[in-house]
Design a protein around this ligand. Structure first.
Ligand code: SAM
Ligand code: SF4
Length: 338
């Protein structure tokens, strides 16, 4: 097996360099968003999770072969005990120029108390997921989340010097009439926004995804009646297509995972909290990096990474089927991270 190294960064079979690692650091969460989790989720036993030390080793081995950006997600990453230990270690690598950025996707519930520490650790951008600015609707969609606490967290992060991007999942009959006001609100707050199409991942209990599905193309067409949306070339390293909202001066991104329009430029892979590496969000093929590391040490881990990237598929195959509402991918988003 050839060994990739700093001089020979990892490139997949389709010539895409793998520069972006998303790491789900826990499957646990203090919310139960209806499109993401069932109310009575069974979480993984702690022994199955990579330890924080193991997570750091895997991140460092990816950095050694060209990863420039690491995003921590979950589950809710900020509820993992001692997570600041990992964030600080990665932030130090940003300081040394070994990484461009360490970012976090969070529900914002812990931000008010952690914002200053995150800034000190080197975090400069955080994505906060909010699907509605109505406190009652927020409680309903998250099953018990407190919107006021999340908004407090956004204020604290902005005050600390951390840029925020709002992530909102577009949900038919839930927030379609509100997304324009959220775009306005983001303008006033000085934050960018991304609107995400709901994806068929994991059994979520009674909610029916066909009922939730709202094509982002339709959302965009509706918003274009109220705002002037100018296409931008800007790439965040993610799959969003960005526009500039001329009325607010902020960016607005649209993520349409059900189409294939971003696969060709996909530079990312995803690590689950149990150490499974998914080379594509929409496919089940994976590599057990936990077993490689635990059984064969860092050498085994390096070989497993190279071998896995060699299997990265060209694209995915998501379908929300109107006759069959079973998820296209059986694992939950909270396991792979959004
Ligand atoms: N707990 C954190 C949060 O909510 O931001 C991080 C993990 S969450 C799984 C990451 C993102 O995935 C969130 O923006 C969430 O709204 C989104 N998400 C979860 N389930 C989804 C689904 N089935 N389709 C589309 N987006 C989903
Ligand atoms: Fe938790 Fe995020 Fe999933 Fe909501 S979307 S249940 S906050 S992991």
């Amino acid at each position: 097996m050839t060994r990739a190294d700093n001089d020979h960064p990892l490139v997949d079979p389709f010539g895409r360099p793998i520069e972006y690692l998303r790491v789900s650091v826990t499957d646990r969460c203090d919310f139960r968003c209806v499109y993401c989790m069932a109310e009575n989720m069974t979480f993984l036993p702690k022994a199955e999770l990579l330890t924080l030390e193991e997570l750091e080793i895997v991140c460092r081995r990816f950095m050694a072969v060209g990863t420039r950006k690491i995003r921590l997600t979950g589950g809710e990453p900020l509820v993992r005990r001692n997570i600041m230990q990992l964030i600080s270690a990665l932030g130090d690598e940003v300081g040394r120029g070994h990484l461009d950025e360490v970012t976090i996707t969070t529900n914002g519930s812990q931000l008010s108390k952690m914002a200053d520490d995150l800034y000190r650790a080197g975090v400069r951008r955080v994505n906060v997921s909010i699907d509605t600015l109505d406190a009652d609707k927020f409680k309903h969609i998250t099953r018990w989340g407190d919107l006021a606490k999340v908004l407090e967290g956004i204020d604290a992060a902005l005050a600390a010097g951390i840029a925020i991007k709002l992530n909102a999942v577009a949900l038919k009959g839930f927030n379609d009439d509100e997304l324009g006001d959220m775009v306005d609100w983001c303008g006033k707050m000085g934050v960018d926004m991304t609107i995400i199409e709901v994806m068929p991942m994991g059994d979520i209990g009674s909610e029916n995804r066909v009922d939730q599905y709202l094509p982002v193309s339709l959302v965009r067409a509706n918003l274009a009646k109220r705002f002037t949306l100018t296409d931008l070339d800007y790439k965040s390293g993610g799959p969003a297509r960005y526009t500039q909202v001329e009325e607010t001066g902020r960016k607005l991104g649209f993520i349409t995972p059900l189409s294939h329009n971003f696969c060709e430029s996909c530079n990312r892979v995803r690590l689950t909290c149990t150490g499974m590496l998914y080379m594509c969000l929409g496919q089940d093929d994976n590599a057990d990096l936990s077993a490689a590391l635990r059984q064969h040490g860092v050498e085994g881990l390096d070989a497993a990474i190279v071998e896995a990237i060699g299997r990265k598929p060209k694209g995915h195959d998501f379908i929300i089927d109107r006759r069959n509402t079973a998820p296209a991918v059986a694992r939950h988003m909270s396991v792979t991270g959004g």
